[in-house]
Design a protein around this ligand. Structure first.
Ligand SMILES: [Zn+2]
Ligand SMILES: [Zn+2]
Length: 325
């Protein structure tokens, strides 16, 4: 393990010395060197995560697919989203937009002598059990992610953006990052604000992000893989999330806005009445109603534009609840 850490740190140092630092100075951005150093860590972790996902999930999709496709052209756009996301382009943009907000909040809290309490302040025993505190943070964040996801199906303005994630008819592990950039921004604010509020230590933040992302990659994979009848109810897997992306949702009224919103733990769907599992592997996608929507299915810029157009319309009419997803 120490060998891997050493390798990582030395790669980070080399990239910083040979590439990032000279470029930052050349651009007159010397004040951002520290941020640049941390940025490399983020990008390297994104690459490692992508390598793990590709090595584990691509063979699974090739050997044991849920659907066989004549051609994979539709997957390309999801690869673009993933590369932008994992190479830090999207997270960096989100960070640049959010940093001033968080600095302001942090300054206000300090000025008023308010220090967000960490889990360890409530349960001092956790100081000696970092794995236990990691798992508790994971459960709290997953609960918040369930509600963020469910609300993005409930409000028409939010669905205007989140619908892009669902318009893929050839769902694969790459589809995880297929999100409207504004939706990514909202999700970033949601996740980072809560993490700050409950005092997630920076060292655990990246780990939490990696666990959730790998589970999300796997849950979008085009594979018949099952965790067994019990297992599929304990952890979100490809069969579980496939029903969330089903072209035709189960007919019951309680699923009018969707089913299986959980990211990691199906227990939230079970508790709030949104869990649905059946042995079939349904086709994925949404029923588009306009040519503009159909044309946007495989095109990055058309999707970004469509999300904004639909958002504008939803806000212009009535930002009420989604009649059906
Ligand atoms: Zn969704
Ligand atoms: Zn999804």
């Amino acid at each position: 393990m120490q060998f891997v850490t050493d390798l990582f740190v030395s790669a980070q140092g080399r990239l910083f010395d040979s590439l990032v630092q000279p470029v930052l100075f050349a651009l007159g951005l010397g004040g951002f060197v520290e941020m640049g150093f941390e940025g490399i860590e983020f990008v390297l972790l994104g690459l490692i995560e992508l390598a793990i996902a590709y090595t584990l999930m691509r063979p699974l999709e090739a050997w044991w697919p849920a659907e066989r496709w004549a051609q994979r052209r539709a997957v390309r756009v999801d690869v673009i989203y993933t590369v932008l996301n994992r190479l830090g382009v999207v997270p960096l943009a989100v960070f640049a937009l959010l940093a001033p907000v968080f600095l302001g909040v942090d300054g206000w809290l300090r000025f008023h002598d308010i220090i967000p309490r960490q889990l360890e302040d409530w349960l001092p025993a956790l100081d000696y059990h970092p794995l236990a505190s990691f798992l508790i943070y994971l459960v709290i964040l997953d609960f918040a992610e369930y509600w963020r996801h469910r609300l993005s199906h409930t409000f028409r303005w939010w669905w205007a953006l989140h619908g892009i994630h669902h318009s893929q008819r050839q769902m694969s592990f790459w589809t995880d990052s297929r999100n409207h950039l504004l939706d990514d921004l909202i999700a970033g604010v949601w996740f980072a604000s809560l993490s700050l509020l409950i005092g997630v230590p920076p060292g655990q933040f990246i780990g939490l992000l990696i666990v959730l992302r790998l589970v999300e990659n796997l849950s979008h994979a085009n594979t018949r893989l099952s965790f067994g009848r019990l297992g599929d109810h304990l952890v979100v897997g490809p069969r579980y999330h496939r029903w969330h992306h089903a072209l035709d949702l189960p007919a019951e009224p309680r699923f009018a806005c969707g089913c299986n919103f959980a990211i990691l733990l199906p227990v939230w769907d079970l508790l709030f009445g949104t869990l649905y599992l059946a042995p079939q592997l349904p086709p994925t996608g949404i029923h588009e109603t306009t040519t503009q929507e159909i044309n946007a299915r495989d095109d990055f810029w058309a999707q970004q534009k469509l999300g904004l157009v639909l958002l504008w319309r939803a806000l212009g009419t009535r930002a009420g609840k989604q009649p059906s997803a």
